[in-house]
Design a binder for this molecule. Structure first.
Ligand SMILES: Cc1cc2nc3c(=O)[nH]c(=O)nc-3n(C[C@H](O)[C@H](O)[C@H](O)COP(=O)(O)OP(=O)(O)OC[C@H]3O[C@@H](n4cnc5c(N)ncnc54)[C@H](O)[C@@H]3O)c2cc1C
Length: 378
């Protein structure tokens, strides 16, 4: 393993010396932060250090839902969190989505304004959620200026070929992106803007002083005037005092299913399950609520309990009487805490963090990165 001190003059001077802004993590937040820093500092040297050959957290492993809140998720949040904070987070998510779609043309992300369905299995629950619809619509209109966001849809089974759902609540303002396309567009923008991305370098510690930050890595030390930490679910490793825990999220994708009826994005059970079509395949993720303790891990493996539950949901309810196999299985790591919502704050005069994006980083990642850039630019 060649250490930094063994590198050539050219390598050291060009890549590793006199860095103005160093960002740890090349996910949605780190990349958006670097691009915003470039916009404000055309001549700065901006470097991103990423521990893996690809981002290895959530940004390239997610489901691509461009979402800001399903009926059951919001009502659950309102039970556990002060109302004002819930609506502030919804506002951030909605504005974040608008920001994402300003950064990239819709066609570049394959963005589909398909809306989403929150599917309900129990008739009593359906009645209960229905009684809250007017209130939710009022709040969403206040935030977005758009009327009648949520509406009731009874015939979800017939419409999509499902079995066992009593109905669903449609959110007309949500949609979906192609996560792979977001990765490509981001990599292109980083290169075009002269941002140096060094992959395979893990930051192990950092020591700020008055003028700069000394950053320790697995290849040696680097100095930077400013440091931005965007490692989301891994925050605990560098900043144990923050309220951020890793939360593994498991995903499966089926084989192609001829004449697939289930087109669009769907949530279930307060957002703990989510599925969508990718062409003629179904991507299904979730089930973390079956075993929170085991899923509080940095491991990117899968568990039998959750994989079985996901497959059963597919067989019994989403694709009943259809033949399919599971072609892809993976896991990603989210960052969650006792409170829902990101931590974007300065930890000293030259270091700031943007972490704990939960299950909403597609929506708020761009905005979070920009807010972090503003803190670093102060
Ligand atoms: C399976 C899954 C499905 C999801 N679905 C959705 C969805 O549909 N819609 C939605 O809005 N959100 C979704 N999310 C959440 C969303 O993907 C995240 O909130 C978002 O990607 C977080 O971006 P980030 O840049 O903060 O973090 P990350 O993408 O996790 O990036 C952090 C980066 O830091 C790197 N890193 C960590 N430690 C170090 C270190 N010490 N040194 C160097 N590099 C380091 C990691 O390798 C990683 O690349 C999902 C998440 C998962 C896992």
């Amino acid at each position: 393993m060649i250490q930094f001190k063994q590198l050539s003059f050219w390598e050291k001077v060009t890549l590793l010396e006199e860095i103005d802004f160093l960002i740890v993590g090349s996910g949605i937040v780190g990349s958006a932060c670097a691009l915003e820093l470039r916009r404000k500092n055309p001549d700065a040297k901006i470097v991103i250090l990423e521990r893996s050959y690809l981002p290895l957290g959530a940004s390239t492993k997610n489901a691509g839902f461009a979402c800001f809140g399903s009926v059951t998720e919001l009502l659950d949040d309102l039970k556990n969190t002060p109302e004002e904070r819930v609506w502030n987070t919804v506002k951030l998510r909605f504005e974040g989505l608008e920001r994402l779609l300003q950064r990239f043309p819709v066609s570049e992300l394959n963005y589909e304004n398909c809306g989403s369905y929150d599917l309900i299995m129990d008739e009593d629950e359906l009645m209960f959620y229905g009684s809250k619809l007017a209130y939710l619509n009022h709040q969403i209109e206040f935030i977005t200026g758009k009327k009648d966001c949520y509406s009731f849809e009874k015939n979800v089974n017939a419409k999509f070929g499902f079995k066992g759902f009593e109905g669903g609540y449609f959110n007309r303002l949500e949609g979906a992106i192609d996560t792979g396309k977001l990765l490509l567009a981001t990599q292109r923008d980083l290169a075009k803007n002269g941002i140096i991305v060094l992959n395979g370098i893990e930051v192990t510690d950092f020591h700020p002083d008055q003028n700069e930050v000394l950053i320790e890595t697995n290849y040696g030390e680097i100095r930077s005037k400013k440091l931005g930490i965007t490692i989301n679910g891994f925050a605990k490793k560098l900043l144990p005092e923050l309220d951020v825990e890793p939360a593994r999220a498991q995903v499966i994708v089926t084989s192609e299913i001829p004449d697939l009826q289930a087109k669009g994005t769907f949530h279930l059970d307060k957002g703990y399950y989510y599925f969508r079509n990718i062409g003629n395949r179904i991507l299904l993720g979730g089930g973390r609520n079956l075993d929170f303790k085991t899923e509080n891990t940095f491991e990117l493996s899968q568990s039998k309990l959750i994989q079985d539950a996901l497959e059963e949901l597919l067989k019994e309810k989403i694709l009943p009487n259809r033949d399919f196999t599971i072609d892809y299985r993976w896991s990603g790591t989210m960052g969650v805490g006792n409170e829902k919502g990101p931590i974007i704050e300065k930890i000293n005069s030259n270091t700031a963090v943007g972490v704990r994006l939960g299950g909403m980083g597609v929506a708020i990642g761009s905005l979070a990165g920009e807010k972090l850039a503003s803190l670093l630019n102060e």
